[in-house]
Design a protein around this ligand. Structure first.
Ligand SMILES: Nc1nc2c(c(=O)[nH]1)N[C@@H](CN(C=O)c1ccc(C(=O)N[C@@H](CCC(=O)O)C(=O)O)cc1)CN2
Length: 287
């Protein structure tokens, strides 16, 4: 029997994008500012290319300016850093994003740190991460930010809830736990070395799964009535996309579940738009 309500990231994203479109219109009409995003794509990873294209399209749909800079897979780290430095100095660029992952010869952390924190619309710069950790206003990592927005959109109470995060990546696992901690949740992290993970996941009021392994979480890991957030986007040999959670199992045991596709993914790009508009406004405020 289906018990859970599906949290449609597509629907939450559409609502948020409509309000951002209006914000962009007002910003342009009243102050002549058009928020601008520049995305750097290194190499020709097909999934990365499709995410970058989706970002470009999403910007256009809400009236924002955007540009894609494509660099060869073999580009040197120094050349990439020089490009970032040029964009840091360009006042028409409010947001800079380097699509990840990068080729192995480039130090990802060095690249992220080279982006001006004020233009770091991915929210990955150590200064922005530090501000997030200390609960200060800043540009927040898009996927974690989108997850919190989705949960809030359903009026789900976070305070005092036990949030269990499976995964400890810098772009999703670690920051999503911190954002829920900032919302007064009790947070537990699980990862590949966690002993008896099931004992922990069965305590989760909100279970966030970001491991990148198809159908990693099944019914026996889910507490009755839990909120299940599935961050995984895995392509099966059949070509079909699926999440890290067995969706049918979550439907039967959880109170809410996010689908794949159409769940967390669309929120990632939406919060990127939000951050870029925010970065443009911050320039005006001198933040
Ligand atoms: N610089 C960054 N690199 C990467 C990020 C990021 O936030 N910043 N996140 C991911 C990729 N990503 C955005 O860049 C992303 C992933 C998935 C989706 C999405 O909408 N997925 C759809 C399915 C898409 C499909 O058909 O393949 C869904 O879940 O519905 C958007 C953005 C890694 N790199």
């Amino acid at each position: 029997m289906v018990k859970a309500e599906i949290i449609s990231g597509k629907e939450v994203a559409a609502e948020k994008r409509a309000s951002l479109k209006e914000e962009v219109r007002v910003l342009q009409e009243t102050e002549g500012i058009i928020p601008g995003l520049t995305v750097i794509l290194v190499g020709d990873h097909p999934a990365s290319r499709s995410y970058v294209t989706a970002k470009h399209k999403a910007c256009a749909e809400i009236g924002m300016h955007s540009e894609i800079i494509e660099l060869e897979e073999s580009v040197s780290e120094a050349a990439l850093l020089a490009e970032i430095s040029r964009l840091n100095e360009d006042d028409t660029v409010h947001g800079i994003l380097v699509q990840l992952p990068l080729p192995g010869h480039i130090d990802e952390q060095k690249v992220i740190t080279a982006i001006s924190p004020e233009k770091d619309v991915d929210g990955f710069h150590p200064i922005n991460i530090g501000k997030m950790m200390t609960n200060q206003e800043t540009l927040l990592p898009c996927t974690p930010f989108g997850i919190v927005e989705m949960v809030k959109s359903k009026g789900i109470d976070i305070k005092g809830k036990h949030v269990v995060v499976i995964g400890r990546s810098n772009i999703v696992g670690k920051p999503v736990g911190q954002l829920f901690l900032n919302e007064d949740a009790t947070v537990t992290y699980c990862h590949s070395r966690t002993v008896n993970m099931q004992q922990l996941t069965l305590q989760a009021d909100i279970l966030i799964v970001a491991v990148g392994r198809a159908n990693f979480i099944s019914a026996e890991y889910i507490k009755e009535g839990a909120v299940i957030i599935d961050v995984g986007v895995n392509r099966l040999p059949s070509g079909k996309l699926c999440g890290d959670v067995v969706f049918e199992d979550a439907l039967q045991k959880a109170s809410y579940v996010t689908p794949v596709p159409g769940g967390v993914g669309p929120m990632t790009i939406t919060m990127l738009l939000h951050n870029t508009v925010q970065a443009a406004k911050n320039v005006r405020k001198g933040v």
